[in-house]
Design a protein around this ligand. Structure first.
Ligand SMILES: Cc1cc2nc3c(=O)[nH]c(=O)nc-3n(C[C@H](O)[C@H](O)[C@H](O)COP(=O)(O)OP(=O)(O)OC[C@H]3O[C@@H](n4cnc5c(N)ncnc54)[C@H](O)[C@@H]3O)c2cc1C
Length: 395
């Protein structure tokens, strides 16, 4: 039996929406507040690997995701150097008959989640936030005032409000995002027929990737070091992205050449959040990026948020006190999230090598060990999630 009746979720991103669905499916009443007036998602796409797809299957939306996105045939990831010379091709695992990797437009993922939220009758208040929270251990149910003038009493408040979480700032003020040193440039293009693998081009101090996100579209993502606090006029983003990655040849060059005024381009300075356990205090818990934002180089942040949602719903349905359940939630999720953060940081550093000799050695290593590194990363993630290990969504 669920041990709570009514949950407030602050933030309707991937973590908030998937938690709303997972909790509602356990019979828990959910109110979700989202500060954006209208659901609006900036350009570009997202990869979702098999572990994230499993969580989407668990919350009942996998068929719609597969219809909206693009499953890479055979889970192929082809590496090239920046001249376009092939390095190696690796294959992502596809357990349980799930696709290995799906690319999707962020807005499409949210359209699917929003439609399920609607079907389940979940109360969603856009343009609304929680005003200052009471002490998280202040009694049976927390009285929370919302910015639309309404009030509620909630058995649980879930901070799913992302990297700059207001809930975290109130409950864990010592935890703040840390700049990673990297900037990511992303653009969306028409997908030529036949370009159906994930592609990574390894340059000198820079990496550039290509990923299909639907039958019609793909996105390009370029990663390089950028000074902390860099701000670029959005109107200049297409020209800046084109200049920054100008040395990259085919298969990326034709897309870079398309960049100009009006192109769909997004620049993001990447931050991480490392919150020590526990991720809860009293009746308030953090999930998703609010608790464990990672650099994006393993493409796993969204999957970690989805898995959080599934695990949170499971622990809330178990026996014991709410405090025990929330403690178990953090302890089950933290190892996988830490693995993703650590490996992603290493991948970022390898991509930022700036002298030609080191890059050559890196590419040789990739050719020799690329597949075994992919296999061991996914095996470690699966082990952290295996029944009996107690850390992942299937435990
Ligand atoms: C460049 C880049 C590329 C990435 N690529 C991938 C990828 O390919 N695959 C992948 O799995 N992950 C990827 N990620 C990571 C992924 O985007 C995040 O891990 C994921 O979005 C986290 O979801 P979230 O719901 O926790 O946070 P968010 O997506 O940030 O959602 C938080 C929500 O809370 C709302 N909010 C904030 N404050 C308040 C408030 N006070 N009150 C109410 N609402 C509030 C926000 O408006 C937002 O809607 C990438 C990240 C970056 C930076």
């Amino acid at each position: 039996m669920p041990r709570i009746d009514h949950a407030l979720i602050v933030g309707a991103g991937i973590a908030g929406c998937s938690a709303a669905i997972a909790l509602a499916q356990q019979g828990i009443r959910v109110t979700m507040v989202e500060k954006q007036q209208a659901w609006k998602f900036q350009s570009s796409g997202l990869f979702i690997y098999s572990n994230g797809l499993r969580a989407l299957r668990d919350i009942g939306v996998l068929p719609e995701i597969l219809q909206a996105g693009f499953a890479v045939p055979g889970g192929r990831n082809a590496y090239f150097d920046h001249h376009g010379r092939p390095i190696v091709e690796t294959i992502y695992p596809s357990p349980e008959g799930l696709p290995a990797i799906v690319g999707i437009k962020r807005a499409e993922l949210h359209r699917v989640l929003a439609s399920r939220i609607d079907e389940l009758g979940i109360t969603l208040k856009l343009g609304t936030t929680a005003l200052r929270l009471p002490r998280p251990d202040a009694g049976e149910a927390l009285p929370v005032a919302l910015s639309d003038g309404s009030h509620g009493r909630f058995d649980l408040v879930i901070g799913a409000d992302g990297i700059r979480s207001q809930v975290r700032a109130e409950v864990f003020p010592a935890v703040t995002p840390v700049y990673s040193g990297f900037g990511v440039w992303r653009s969306v293009h028409d997908r030529p027929a036949g370009l159906d693998a994930k592609i990574m081009m390894m340059g000198i101090g820079k990496r550039l990737g290509i990923m299909p996100i639907s039958n019609e579209k793909l996105y390009l993502f370029g990663v390089m070091l950028e000074p902390e606090g860099s701000w670029y006029d959005p109107a200049a983003w297409p020209a800046l992205m084109r200049q920054r990655f100008a040395e990259f040849r085919e298969p990326a060059a034709r897309f870079l050449d398309q960049l100009g005024p009006g192109s769909e381009v997004l620049y993001t300075g990447v931050e991480e959040v490392i919150a020590p356990l526990p991720w809860h205090r009293g009746r308030v818990v953090l999930i998703g990026d609010a608790a464990h934002a990672s650099t994006p180089f393993m493409g796993q942040g969204g999957a970690m948020a989805l898995e959080d949602a599934v695990v949170l719903a499971k622990v809330l349905a178990g026996p014991g006190s709410l405090d025990d359940a929330l403690r178990e939630f953090g302890e089950r999720r933290a190892p996988a999230c830490k693995l993703v953060q650590d490996v992603s940081r290493q991948v970022g550093q390898a991509g930022a090598l700036e002298d030609a000799g080191s890059c050559e050695r890196r590419d040789l290593e990739l050719r020799r060990d690329g597949q075994s590194k992919v296999d061991s990363f996914f095996a470690a993630l699966a082990q952290l999630g295996a029944p009996g290990q107690g850390t992942g969504p299937d435990a």
